[in-house]
Design a binder for this molecule. Structure first.
Ligand SMILES: [Zn+2]
Length: 63
């Protein structure tokens, strides 16, 4: 699940133990925070529910 979060709400969630990974493509841009509902600077984060394992690295083929 993707969440737009401002920095204070991000830190509040992290303090509660949520794992949030920043989605590439935007640091400190204007978002509408899902927690406080305000338009603030923040970033897009993804929580662990939709976590996908990293793709295999290139150049490490066996054989
Ligand atoms: Zn917020």
């Amino acid at each position: 699940m993707v969440l737009d979060l401002c920095r204070p709400c991000l830190e509040a969630r992290r303090a509660r133990g949520e794992r949030l990974m920043q989605v590439s493509g935007g640091v400190d841009r204007k978002i509408t925070c899902v927690d406080c509902g305000r338009r603030r600077y923040g970033a897009v984060y993804e929580n662990g529910l939709t976590y996908r394992p990293a793709p295999p690295r290139r150049g490490e083929r066996s054989g």
